[in-house]
Design a binder for this molecule. Structure first.
Ligand SMILES: [Zn+2]
Length: 348
């Protein structure tokens, strides 16, 4: 095959020879232009995260970066391990690229054979006694395309600007590797503020009951987020400070339970690590936090109706009535929770 060329594959050639090409085939992308990355650490969950295009920041703030943005190397946003970019390849992407190469090779060979058959047929003398025609069935299989979905949470690192997607919560920027717990918690607050806005809009339309329900959910979400962020940071710290077996015992479900929904019980857990992130709060803030946590139990477990079983009810409301939920209280609760999260961040 003297004139044969892999025209489809040659588009991706970055080096090598005609017979031994070095190709750089781009990874499949999500609709927002991100690629899948898969943490090589088998202990890590959920392992999958998405990476957007590299940015070149003008000013790099913060000294906690592990590498210059856009340079080689990746940090897992969940477990924090550092490894070469290639270590983070997603197996499904490798398979997709192999499939593309198989398809492109087959189609290039096919096109070549089709051209050969056409040339052969053209070269045959017409009007002779014997005529030979080469018949060729072309391969029209469509180009294989891998479908990649975006994750719901898309963020940008506030240090290097790199966009990435994760499942709900992560600790690090995959590009510069700095601690990003605050970026994630900031998003939680943003969503809570949007819920409050929604509740106010609904109240403005006269539906006070729905407004009260939305505000109640926003209030609950503050504690759920606060609990999740503390739990994630705590587990990460334990895994780094204790031998594997002990860490496993300390991070087991029954060892943690819902202790992070209670300031005193959470403080007991933090004591094992010789830290106390609540010490950043003033006495008033600590009081407000405890009060809001108590309130959350009334909202979450008793359809917002006060009950003698809850000490909050005994101190503030008549049993059997509904608790007050004010937008500015929800915001204040979220801001106090954020102070504690920010205190935890540099320890991670
Ligand atoms: Zn970054």
């Amino acid at each position: 095959m003297p004139d044969f060329r892999f025209t489809r594959l040659e588009k991706y050639k970055v080096g090598g020879t005609k017979g031994n090409m070095e190709l750089n085939i781009p990874l499949p992308k999500t609709p927002s232009g991100k690629v899948y990355r898969w943490c090589p650490n088998e202990e890590c969950t959920p392992r999958l995260f998405l990476l957007g295009n590299a940015q070149t920041p003008e000013i790099l703030e913060g000294s906690r970066i592990r590498r210059y943005p856009g340079s080689r190397g990746t940090t897992c946003p969940y477990c924090g391990i550092d490894a070469d970019d290639d270590e983070f390849n997603y197996a499904g992407d490798i398979r997709a690229i192999q499939k593309y190469i198989e398809w492109a090779t087959s189609r290039d060979v096919n096109d070549h054979l089709q051209n050969m058959a056409r040339d052969f047929n053209r070269s045959q003398p017409r009007g002779g006694l014997v005529s030979i025609k080469m018949d060729f069935k072309p391969d029209r299989s469509p180009e294989p395309r891998a479908w990649r979905e975006d994750l719901i949470r898309n963020l940008a690192c506030d240090t290097c600007g790199r966009e990435y997607g994760v499942y709900a919560i992560a600790l690090f920027c995959p590009d510069c590797g700095c601690n990003n717990l605050h970026v994630h918690f900031e998003r939680e607050i943003e969503l809570i503020l949007q819920q409050i806005g929604l509740a106010e809009a609904v109240a403005g339309n006269g539906n006070r009951e729905l407004s009260y329900r939305i505000l109640g959910n926003a209030h609950e979400d503050v504690l759920t987020a606060f609990e999740t962020y503390q739990k994630t940071a705590y587990k990460h710290l334990v895994r780094h400070m204790f031998p594997a077996e002990e860490a496993q015992r300390m991070t087991a479900k029954r060892a943690i339970g819902n202790r992070f929904q209670n300031v005193d019980r959470a403080t007991d857990l933090y004591e094992k690590l010789s830290v106390n992130p609540f010490c950043v709060l003033t006495a008033d803030e600590l009081e407000l936090m405890k009060l809001n946590i108590e309130k959350r139990h009334v909202i979450g477990h008793n359809l917002s109706m006060t009950d003698e079983a809850y000490s909050y009810a005994a101190a503030h409301d008549m049993p059997g009535t509904t608790v007050d939920i004010l937008a500015n209280q929800v915001t204040a609760f979220a801001q106090i929770a954020k102070k504690v999260v920010l205190e935890l961040e540099p320890l991670v």
